[in-house]
Design a protein around this ligand. Structure first.
Ligand code: ADP
Length: 181
């Protein structure tokens, strides 16, 4: 059962596991009949933030726009799952302040693991110089200093990562442990 809105912000390198965890969490929340929305970085860049590039300035605008929408939904009682690399700490903190009900999940796997997975073949292209300003290769990633949850996806099963996030949402009072009847 759902109590109030919250933005759950998944940050991490490409291939760290943000999309995979987000989808699994969404399933769990649907089973609890929670109202939820997913804001996926790749999809957002095709519409809401279409035309933006990967300079620091454009990345910050991208994150601010996602944060703005997340804020609107959160204050209307929705659980918002944001999955975006969001490499810069300062703008993540800015969004945290704007949204208020904000849970940061650091989806963490070493660069080598992400590169080995190369889910979308992007690391190979970045190494070949076909993609510039690729986070982790020739663009920075600033890890959260105090995330509410850290998922080490190179060491944990998906189910463990999902349980960590769900437990935190329960602990913070955003969802109840009981399944809706
Ligand atoms: P991102 O959205 O961060 O770019 P994806 O979710 O698309 O990453 O890809 C992560 C890959 O890592 C998937 O192929 C997934 O199956 C794998 N993986 C292995 N262990 C885990 C885990 N514990 N949590 C999430 N993903 C995992």
């Amino acid at each position: 059962m759902q109590r109030r809105g919250v933005t759950v912000w998944f940050t991490g390198l490409s291939g760290a596991g943000k999309t995979t965890i987000t989808r699994a969490i969404a399933e769990e929340l649907r089973a609890k009949e929670c109202q939820l929305e997913i804001l996926d970085g790749d999809i957002v860049r095709e519409n809401l933030t279409k035309g933006l590039g990967f300079s620091k300035e454009d990345r910050d605008i991208n994150i601010r726009r996602i944060g703005f929408v997340a804020h609107l939904l959160t204050r209307n009682g929705v659980i918002v799952l944001v999955s975006a690399i969001s490499p810069y700490r300062e703008v993540r903190e800015e969004v945290r302040k704007t949204v208020g009900d904000f849970v940061e999940v650091f989806v963490n796997a070493p660069l080598g693991t992400c590169e080995e997975r190369d889910v979308k073949g992007l690391y190979k292209r970045a190494r070949a110089g076909e993609i510039k300003q690729f986070t982790g290769i020739d663009d920075p990633y600033e890890p959260p200093l105090n995330p509410e949850v850290e998922c080490r996806t190179d060491l944990e099963e998906l189910s463990e990562s999902v349980a960590k996030v769900m437990n935190k949402l329960e602990e913070l009072g955003y969802i109840s442990a009981k399944v809706a009847v």
